[in-house]
Design a protein around this ligand. Structure first.
Ligand SMILES: Cc1cc2nc3c(=O)[nH]c(=O)nc-3n(C[C@H](O)[C@H](O)[C@H](O)COP(=O)(O)O)c2cc1C
Ligand code: SF4
Ligand code: FES
Length: 612
């Protein structure tokens, strides 16, 4: 059975090992229960090897980790990339989410249904299947698909753009036992740089800060990273000490880029001051908000910067261990991060005594399995701990009771990528970029009807119009723009001169969220888009609290009735009900998912973008 579990998955492959905080290496009883955080890696290993999680495999895992079967089953059935039902070993997950819909995803799905049969069923050859998927974080190159090939040497490959012919060709290759053709996983440094330039139209330009290395240096090379200033920030941090590092980050006025805009310096200071040991840092690389792909770009094309920043964060907060939680749909980022962590360790930038400083720090890479809610910080902790990815009540906040119940600093990938800039130039210089309330450079994810979609870097305060011009302008007449993702707000072309800052977007009733700017022209099917957003929240609600579990379903049903022209009562009655559902979810949901699930839909109605 050990062989069945295969080699690939972090943490599990070497058998049971010292667990965080507990330090046991045998199994059985208390020691094995302390291995619970290996549950998700173990489930991944089975899924990767045989394409689904069979009852005997699940039972074996339960015995080895002393996890009650009902709980392990609850975890295995929580994630979209895992399945407990027998499934063909070769699967393609086709994105039918909002940006891909604009690029013809529904036609792609219809073609696949004709040639391969209905979604979820085995195709004519029995070894392949196709499934619909929410956003794969490749919206700039939509439509997108993720291939997963189970076996002794499992493969995962994200491809975009792709059409039905491309999907069929790759499925046929996999079914014939050949590796999938992998132009998106180029191993040559020149190809890696070229790939970066596709995702980042500004690549190679001067004055970029967060994207400075993208398309310019080989992301697989620690030497190249060091030659472009990499690790000087950690070196300086080790010299000036933790309190001075926190003082610089506080002076920079950096706030989190994961959506909540919380001051990073304050978070780090709270973890440093918290009682309790060990402490942890967590990098949130779950990036699953539809329309968001900026973190992927950083992780794929500048992985060392995130590793360096996590190490600085560990030093500042007093943590010796970090977890980087990456969404399961980013196989290229996973490969590059794993390699970069190894290289950093070999280069003395991770390990028991970093560059002779006496500071010890290690990073574990953990891979998610398809659940938007695991981006919520406490759901993420539960996911790492081997539990269902359900958010916890707050307070207590993670700075006091976080991962494994210990003080934890959790930060978004882009937030962390700012830290070496701050340490290099000083907090005050950083704070001079942008505006008083929104400092620093900012990444935006442009997709939909724009001439050059991709990840763009601009200083905070750049207007929406200027950002669109950078991307070559809209294609067609702008009907509406979605700011902030599925949890964001639709705005009209009348607000193009709004400065893109936290305060500027707040003033127009919108949000920056995760930096999504998705453009819809007159040809877009907006009602279909709203229904897809509603379906997204219905599917992704963890179901833990009633307002969100029921409200997301009711919201989706209501939009379906309106679309079909069969309202309950008058259309105006339906809109009143929609507003009531939204209010109930905002008022009574435990976490941000339920609180924002109606935001985009209500904004579209408010702005008259869709009418009953
Ligand atoms: C439903 C939901 C999904 C979230 N997804 C992400 C995510 O994918 N990435 C992220 O960094 N933060 C996400 N967040 C925000 C995190 O809970 C947390 O605020 C963030 O990781 C803190 O890092 P920051 O301060 O650097 O922004 C999400 C929040 C909610 C409510
Ligand atoms: S609001 Fe939704 S996603 Fe959040 S805890 Fe409640 S049911 Fe789960
Ligand atoms: S990759 Fe399809 S919507 Fe993002």
């Amino acid at each position: 059975m050990d062989a069945l579990l295969g080699p690939a998955t972090s943490g599990w492959a070497g058998g049971l090992r010292d667990s965080p905080g507990q330090g046991h290496s045998t199994h059985g009883g208390h020691a094995a229960r302390a291995e619970r955080d290996l549950l998700l890696p173990a489930l991944h290993a089975v899924q990767d090897r045989i394409g689904w999680i069979s009852q005997p495999a699940l039972s074996y895992i339960c015995r080895r980790l002393s996890v009650p079967p009902a709980e392990a089953y609850g975890v295995a059935t929580f994630y979209a990339l895992l399945t407990t039902r027998e499934r063909a070993p070769i699967a393609v997950h086709v994105c039918d989410d909002i940006a891909c819909r604009l690029a013809g995803a529904e036609d792609l799905c219809a073609d696949l249904a004709r040639t391969h049969g209905p979604a979820g069923q085995a195709g004519p050859d029995g070894s392949t299947t196709w499934l619909r998927s929410p956003c794969l974080g490749l919206c700039d190159r939509a439509p997108a698909a993720l291939f997963t090939v189970a076996g002794p040497e499992p493969e995962k490959l994200a491809v975009a753009p792709i059409d039905a012919v491309g999907v069929s060709a790759r499925l046929a290759e996999a079914a014939a036992g050949r590796p999938i053709d992998v132009p998106e996983l180029p191993e040559a440094a020149a190809d890696r740089l070229a790939a970066a330039r596709v995702s980042v139209p500004q690549a190679g330009q001067d004055r970029l800060q967060l994207l400075a290395r993208v398309g310019r240096i080989d992301p697989a090379s620690l030497d190249a990273y060091e030659a472009t200033g990499g690790y000087t920030a950690l070196g300086r941090s080790l010299e000036i000490g933790p309190d001075a590092v926190i003082a610089e980050v506080t002076a920079s006025k950096l706030v989190g880029r994961g959506g909540a805009a919380f001051p990073t310096g304050r978070k780090w200071a709270a973890v440093r001051a918290a009682d309790g040991s060990p402490k942890y840092v967590v990098c949130n690389a779950d990036e699953s908000e539809p329309g968001t792909f900026k973190d992927r770009v950083l992780l794929e094309h500048d992985p060392f910067v995130v590793i360096e920043a996590m190490t600085i964060e560990g030093f500042a907060t007093g943590a010796e261990r970090g977890f980087l939680y990456l969404r399961g749909e980013y196989p290229l980022a996973a490969t590059r991060l794993a390699r970069a962590i190894e290289q950093a360790r070999a280069g003395g930038w991770l390990g028991p005594d970093i560059r002779g400083s006496g500071f010890a720090f290690e990073i574990d890479l953990r891979i998610g399995a398809g659940a938007y809610i695991c981006g919520e910080e406490t759901a993420l902790f539960n996911s790492i701990e081997g539990r269902r990815g359900e958010p916890r009540n707050k307070p207590p906040f993670p700075v006091e009771v976080g991962l494994f119940g210990q003080p934890t600093a959790v930060n978004n990938v882009e937030t962390l990528a700012n830290v070496p800039l701050i340490m290099a130039g000083g907090g005050a210089a950083y704070a001079a970029i942008g505006t008083e309330g929104s400092t620093g450079p900012k990444l935006f994810c442009l997709s939909g009807h724009v001439a050059r979609p991709g990840t763009y870097e601009v200083p905070f305060g750049t207007t929406l119009r200027e950002l669109l011009e950078l991307a070559g302008g809209a294609t067609g007449q702008i009907r509406t723009i979605l700011l902030g993702g599925a949890a964001g707000v639709f705005v009209g072309p009348d607000v193009l001169d709004t400065p893109l800052t936290f305060e500027g977007t707040r003033a127009i009733g919108a949000t920056l969220g995760s930096g999504v700017v998705m453009v819809f022209n007159e040809s877009a099917d907006l009602v279909g888009t709203l229904r897809r957003i509603a379906a997204f929240f219905r599917d992704e609600s963890c179901g833990q609290c009633v307002p969100c579990r029921v409200g997301t379903v009711r919201q989706e049903e209501l939009l379906a009735r309106l679309e079909a022209g069969r309202p309950n009562g008058s259309p105006a009655d339906e809109l009143r009900l929609l507003a009531e559902i939204g209010q109930a979810m905002r008022d009574a949901s435990i976490c941000g998912l339920g609180q924002t699930a109606s935001s985009a839909i209500e904004s579209a109605v408010r702005a008259g973008i869709v009418t009953a």
